[in-house]
Design a protein around this ligand. Structure first.
Ligand SMILES: [Zn+2]
Ligand SMILES: [Zn+2]
Length: 348
């Protein structure tokens, strides 16, 4: 089968590899119908994910059809359409039992697929702990609608949930890239009084204005004035930092009102400064990433009911054979690209 592979630091290649097989009784084998490219894939390519293992198939955002299950897998059957979770988790350790699946203590726990074990930019993928890692896609929800459920949509859903958003709140979201836009939709599920999105890229700002006319979309130069004008207590009640740019951590705590919650979803390239003397008395609560992605069933129910729709983010589609072209486009930010879908095998 074809599998897009991390060969050496700085390089991916489309290789012919053997089709994976079941190894553990809790495994499932999934035929990948649709995959996507994530910024984290680029982090692997550029060597900023030290635990990524050369030789592995990359890709951790995908949907597909169950082809085979191990003998201990009770809740899934061959033929089931499934969303694949970015995180592998046992469901049984201390952290899993608290819902903190990102910190699952199993050796394969956490972000393993497409990083430490073979992922899904391929025709087939072996999914460990399949009962935890796969979520059946309801009839009436398409592959394209479900594609982000296990990764960036799970991230937005988790971030919105831990931010304790109330109906009177002004919520500020920094960053309107794919994860920022998923976070925005999940924040709107909590019905805050006002949402402000800050983004430096004019195309992304226009995207927010087009799809969410009631959300205030502003460039960084206008941010402080906008927050002051639209918050009742000297700053945003909740801030979600999804940009990860050099200045956005500072912007996040500066724009927060006293006693606000600041949720840091972003993954930074460099350490950030927490200037405690400057923020003394502001009494902020910081919550930090990564995602505990174990609510995929709820997310799919929201999609089925029409409350979440991330299909406008899928701006381009390529077949697996042309994945190198898809990566070039995704990396270049050309042609209004937001997210790229990769058709790995034919639709069911
Ligand atoms: Zn990702
Ligand atoms: Zn666990």
């Amino acid at each position: 089968m074809l599998a897009y592979t991390y060969t050496v630091p700085g390089q991916f290649a489309l290789l012919e590899k053997p089709k994976p097989t079941l190894r553990e009784p809790t495994d499932a084998l999934v035929r990948v119908t649709l995959a996507s490219i994530c910024t984290s894939d680029l982090h692997i390519k550029h060597g900023s994910v030290p635990r990524a293992v050369p030789g592995i198939t990359v890709g951790h955002e995908m949907v597909g059809v169950v082809e085979a299950v191990g003998r201990d897998v009770q809740t899934l059957r061959p033929g089931d359409r499934v969303a694949v979770n970015v995180e592998t988790f046992c469901g049984d350790c201390f952290f899993c039992r608290h819902g903190w699946v990102n910190n699952c203590t199993h050796p394969d726990g956490g972000w393993a697929l497409g990083c430490r074990i073979d992922g899904g930019q391929a025709e087939y993928v072996r999914v460990p702990f399949a009962e935890q890692g796969l979520t059946p896609i309801p009839d009436g929800v398409s592959d394209r609608q479900a594609l982000f459920v296990g990764d960036i949509l799970a991230t937005g859903y988790w971030a919105a949930e831990i931010s304790e958003i109330g109906p009177e709140d002004t919520v500020l979201i920094l960053g309107a890239g794919p994860t920022g836009l998923c976070t925005l939709q999940c924040v709107l599920l909590h019905h805050p009084r006002q949402v402000i999105v800050c983004e430096s890229d004019p195309q992304r700002l226009a995207f927010v204005q087009r799809h969410h006319p009631r959300v205030l979309a502003v460039p960084p130069e206008q941010l402080h004035a906008c927050v002051a004008a639209h918050s009742a207590h000297g700053g945003a009640d909740v801030v979600l930092e999804v940009a990860g740019s050099p200045d956005t951590f500072r912007m996040a705590w500066e724009c927060a009102r006293p006693n606000a919650i600041v949720t840091v979803v972003a993954l930074y390239d460099a350490p950030q400064i927490l200037p405690l003397p400057e923020m003394y008395g502001k009494n902020l609560t910081f919550k930090t990433g990564g995602v505990d992605g174990c609510r995929c069933g709820e997310i799919l129910a929201h999609i089925a009911a029409g409350r979440l729709d991330t299909t406008p983010l899928l701006t381009h589609t390529y077949p697996l054979e042309k994945i190198e072209e898809a990566y070039r486009l995704f990396e270049s930010h050309r042609d209004g690209v937001m997210k790229v879908a990769i058709t790995c095998t034919g639709a069911p």
